[in-house]
Design a protein around this ligand. Sequence first.
Ligand code: ATP
Ligand code: MG
Length: 258
Amino acid sequence: MSDYDTVSADVEHEEEIPEDHPRYQDLLTRHRIEKGVENGITHLQGMHAEGRGSAFDYLLGEETIPTADDAERAAAAHLLLADHPVLSINGNVAALVPGEMATLADVVDADLEVNLFNRTPERMETIAEHLREHGATDVKGLEADARIPNLDHQRAKVDEDGIYAADVVLVPLEDGDRAEALEGMGKTEIVIDLNPLSRSPQVADVPIVDNIIRAIPNVTDHARELADADEKRLREIVDEFDRETALEAAEERIRNGF
Ligand code: ATP
Ligand code: MG
């Protein structure tokens, strides 16, 4: 047994995870989710979601495949073209990439909105505070003064001046029902999900099949690079992206390894 095998169980701070460990990203992801559960940010269900994601990421080779990079670039173009872009945050997203989401919101001038499947006032507030500690200036979702039509659970609750009014929404690790309902509202939907067969990426305008810890910084890089591009160029990037090709390429990689 190598020293590495003992890393995940008893690590207290993420700095203790050796960056040259062959499964570094996976260990880091697991560690952040565990901390999220401990700190009341992530629901226990989020750990199961993480486990499923981890298996798909292993099969993808734990890297951003070329079609995921295309999707991330198209996502950046959509966010820059939007009148009112909103980035949706749940318990896993808050645990994994709080600062990265705040940075992206800043770069594309989007709102951040907390939206939980297992919604409690305490968890909403804990997550909003966690985001603020990581640089978010304005966090939406606490008002919950509007409802997404055709959705009868807690997830229908949104802010009237946030997701409800948005033209482009980024919804990472979203459940299928809510992704479908948002699509039904006519919004341009960007989904990040490691499972290309899950309903959420299947209904998305831009399905990003990649680990969120790689995807968000890469969307931000593309957005920075495209900051001065004119509308015509941004529209070209959006039009060139083909969602079916991206979904098929990801499934091919997972099933056959190429
Ligand atoms: P359904 O098909 O109804 O959507 P599901 O199995 O997708 O069910 P959910 O809890 O709705 O279950 O979704 C969790 C999803 O999030 C999974 O598809 C999983 O692959 C994905 N996921 C988990 N962790 C990450 C991550 N770090 N980055 C990207 N996607 C992730
Ligand atoms: Mg899903």
